[in-house]
Design a protein around this ligand. Sequence first.
Ligand code: FES
Length: 254
Amino acid sequence: MYPITFKRDVSEDYFLLGIEAKHLTNFQPGQYAILQTTELSERIPLSILRVENDRVEFLVQKRGKSTLELYHSTEIFYVAGPLGKPFPLGVYGKVYMYGIDWGPASLYSVAKALKSLDNKVYLFVSGKYPPLEIVEDAFDKVSLSFEMPKDADLVVVAGKASELKDFVESLKGYPCIALSTAPILCGVGLCLSCRVYSEGKERLSCTDGPWFEASSLDWQSLTLRENLYVEEESLALEEYLKELRRRALREATS
Ligand code: FES
């Protein structure tokens, strides 16, 4: 078991989570971990935000049964990682990053590393993004709306593919790296749930990604794949919320 050593609500939708997991402390920017709250829980792939004094931190959006279970827990059954290929760091110049909803949490470690290499890093957010004071130190400037890059040397996007697809298509001419949102379950190339098509070839988001050159991705199939378990997730959430209500009622009447 891995103890949760820190948990803080940062908004209605987001919480900061700190865990003791020594094997994650040497993560590289852009890598993720898989957390499984109990033996019966689903595995959750989460971008590693940072390491503070041996505490590994994640910025988590409460958006389903698994993340709510994590929110209510004091320890975690299984933690795997660091997983995935690190982001291709370099001296690019001006880097424009676009994050929808939880996107800024995945962009944070990459932005911090790029900034330390003297790149100018700008963040544009939309949707239900996390409180910006948690992530803004990694960026030179944060904007509350998507603007087309004017002079970007690199564009990086993270968020739901269905919402980013048109934007990415409009970026023609700008080199762009995107975070795959295909469902990652095993993280080690066994279950094939995270398949995407890149340059016409099948690639695994968990081990070949999660970062891919955006123009090489088949966004149509990625959009379909990211919604593969939407129905099951919504049923699981419904059941979990019922269970929480039952628990609250038992506590109130005991
Ligand atoms: S998550 Fe199982 S193969 Fe990629």
